[in-house]
Design a protein around this ligand. Sequence first.
Ligand code: 5AD
Ligand code: FES
Length: 347
Amino acid sequence: MKSLIDQLDQEHNLSQSQLTTLLQNITPELSEYLFEKARATSQNYFGNAIYTRGLIEFTNYCKNDCYYCGIRKSNSNAIRYRLTKEQILSCCKQGHELGFRTFVLQGGEDGFFTDEKMVDIISSIKKAFPDCAITLSIGEKSYDSYQKFYNAGADRYLLRHETATDSHYASLHPKNLLLSTRKQCLQDLKEIGYQVGTGFMVGSPYQTIENLVADLQFIKEFSPHMIGIGPFIPHKDTQFASEPAGTLELTLFLIGVLRLLLPNALIPATTALGTIDPTGREKGILAGANVVMPNLSPTSVRKNYSLYDNKICTGDEAAECRLCLEKRMNKIGYYLSSERGDFQPII
Ligand code: 5AD
Ligand code: FES
């Protein structure tokens, strides 16, 4: 098995059957071998710097009904909120003072935020903080809308594909949501010129090793600038409430594999990873991740942006999260960078 990892390290690719073999044979020893290589690759591109993105969860209204998600429209227990433009700008101001140079605007697919409103918000942020990157994470939109947001100053877009297998996609989403639409959106975003992030949940219901291999192959082929993966975690108000969560071991292993597949990609150690294990984010960095995304949302709404149960950091001020992460990163030999942290192509 170690020879497969050596090959992956050298060629940044493996065949479908090799990836399958690798995922079927995960052991703690093999994982450690993989993580050493993945860390070395991260070090090579990013040194000991960990990029930070300030996450602003600005609306938890959503018109979609993804079976796994706590803010799905049919969850009548969700307490819904929207931030005003002024509130969003004040999160950015606070974030800027704390050293953030990327703001991620994430929300459900909320019709209240028309293209016009989004353009106004994006251009206002850009005007007030011209040295910052803006990342959007607001779901599936038309080419035209994506173009408008880009023209207004959005730099990056996160849209996880969730699973690259149509039948699995259909077991996680209602009929009106299609993997083909998701893929089209990702192509559109890339064509427009965004730095694009995609990714998937690890251990989502019905997921097989074959599905995961398809995810890895899709990502290798699409070659996104950013890759976000995290364990599936059940939410009590969904039909997957009693499904088991994805495991730390498998998530870390996949982070390591993704680092070797796309050596210069921006890969966050996600909040979901920090939720299933108290030092999950540190372990994510040590498995090859190089980004953290602390929360900048006002504490008054934090607990309502509940995609899954027991989400961490819901009671902590932005400054506390930043400090906490800084300490965590320092403890494992890394430091939080205050740069924008754009994707750098390999030359
Ligand atoms: N567990 C883990 N991740 C989830 N997401 C949504 N619901 C859950 C859940 N129950 C992830 C999806 C989405 C991202 C914003 O959050 O992958 O793309
Ligand atoms: Fe939020 Fe530690 S990162 S409290």
